[in-house]
Ligand binder design. Sequence first.
Ligand code: ADP
Length: 199
Amino acid sequence: MTGSSSYSLIKSGKNHTIIVKALLYYRERMGTMEIEIIQGDITELKVDAIVNAANKSLLGGGGVDGAIHRAAGPELKEACRKLNGAETGEAKLTKGFNLPASYVIHTVGPVYRDGNHGEADKLKACYANSFKVANEHDLKTVAFPAISTGIYGYPLEEASKIAVDTVMEARNTATSVEKVMFVAFDDRTKGVLENQLAY
Ligand code: ADP
């Protein structure tokens, strides 16, 4: 849309003014999101939300889930209890309690079997739904761990491609999110994510 066409629409009525303002607002927010890969412990990040690779109970577990629950303190488990679990691919929000992050988005990654059981769609849903939750709560900075690539056994290259592609897609939509961080806990994950992002 050009400046002059939006001006003529603004002149032509109240409803059009609202539509034009909305379009300009979306255009401003599209494609400006920053993406960064960092190596470290996600529980130490002072961001609006960290994403937790949780299990369906949402009551804590091993890996990053255990680390997040330990760092957040017992109030996190109490808050999670009220969520009544989640299905694979879903995402639900709690506060961050003792974490430096304000919120935790709990999402349930797929357990990798052989790649023929909808694993890719479910992993994609984890990123997309986490993003949706972030947007619904007007969050600006969101950090993701490498969901499903630990205990749940998703091959790292494939999982990283899904992670990067899904976040890139979200980048082209209107969103409150200004910065996404992919958090690699080890060198290999960092390298694979960097390769993926370079494409
Ligand atoms: P999943 O069950 O979804 O596979 P895991 O927690 O086992 O989840 O592993 C997911 C990824 O999170 C792995 O790359 C693992 O090394 C990483 N990870 C584990 N602890 C942390 C942490 N404190 N911060 C960031 N990433 C972590």
